[in-house]
Design a protein around this ligand. Structure first.
Ligand code: GLU
Length: 309
């Protein structure tokens, strides 16, 4: 992969040279991160990984966890149950918007906005009780081919920081509970949601997750069959139309592949039939997406013809 390594280094050198973007600060612990960190990884369907930049650096999944959570939800609860309480439509409002809920019969528009993800954590608590977090971390670890690299961990500082400053997510969750959309204990659903957002990964991890989706559900590193093709179609379909908050359409134009971002600055991408990609750079644009990450992915998409043309 020598030429690919050169291409990665070149693209990252160009994408890094920008002064735009701000690190997310509404979760105080996220503001502590070094804004100059930058990492890019690719895992192809033969299980080979290639990386560039600050490869080993860890970051919390934040909303990237919502794509992995949806995989787990469909596999374990079934499509019908999941989508009995959540829609499949894009959202033009910010990820933590309350306004849309009141206008849509109290059903979250999709599983990638906070309201949708919190409804799912409520369902997991009902199904698994106190075992929910262990079950999900185990599933995420297998999704990312962690069998030989050790299980994923929760970053306790980020978890506590998020839990202490979550007025808006609490407002969403209590609203959903009042409307009958979120069942079970509200604080426990929120607690599980905060833990999932705080799981630490690096770009290799999320590139393997992307590659598992790209292969149709088989993890190319471990060989484990993890997802049905229906799960892959649903998750990739939603990534295509609502993976990058209210910048999803622009991302489709600039990069053109299914992806999911998070406010820590990570983005996971799926190139169906070819590869998974993971990128991390903390400074965000006004939609909450990594500025340098998008720039690097746009360049890579053109150079490697990730859209097929
Ligand atoms: N934990 C974050 C929140 O709930 C996730 C936001 C995101 O990455 O979109 O506000």
């Amino acid at each position: 992969m020598e030429n690919l390594q050169d291409l990665f280094d070149k693209i990252m050198g160009t994408a890094r040279n920008i002064e735009e973007g701000r690190v997310a600060a509404y979760i105080p612990e996220l503001a502590q991160v070094d804004p100059s960190l930058f990492s890019l990884s690719m895992t192809t369907l033969d299980g080979t990984t290639c990386s560039s930049g600050d490869q080993g650096c860890f970051f919390s999944m934040q909303s990237i966890s919502k794509a992995a959570t949806l995989c787990f939800a469909i596999e374990t609860l079934g499509r019908d149950k999941v989508f009995s309480k959540i829609g499949m439509e894009p959202c033009s409002e910010p990820f933590n918007s309350i306004m849309k809920l009141e206008m849509t019969s109290s059903l979250p528009l999709n599983p990638f906005i906070n309201a949708g993800a919190i409804v799912l954590t409520g369902m997991f608590n009902e199904q698994y009780g106190s075992l929910a977090i262990a079950e999900i971390v185990d599933f995420f670890s297998r999704l990312m081919g962690r069998q030989t690299r050790g299980s994923l961990r929760i970053n306790e500082n980020i978890y506590r920081s998020e839990k202490a400053t979550a007025d808006r997510n609490r407002a969403l969750a209590y609203f959903l509970h009042n409307a009958g959309t979120l069942s079970g204990d509200v604080e426990e659903a929120l607690d599980l949601y905060f833990k999932l957002c705080s799981i630490e990964v690096n770009t290799v991890d999320i590139s393997v997750m992307g590659a598992t989706l790209a292969s149709g559900g088989r993890n190319p590193v471990s060989g484990e069959e993890l997802l049905s093709i229906d799960t892959v179609y649903i998750v990739c379909g939603l990534m295509s139309v609502c993976g990058l908050y209210d910048q999803s359409a622009e991302f489709a134009v600039e990069v053109g592949i299914p992806a999911k971002s998070g406010v820590s600055g990570g983005i996971v991408c799926v190139v169906p039939g070819r590869m998974g990609l993971g990128v991390f750079s903390p400074p965000l644009n006004k939609s909450g997406n990594s500025v340098a990450g998008i720039r690097a992915l746009a360049a890579l998409s053109r150079e490697l013809k990730l859209r097929g043309i």
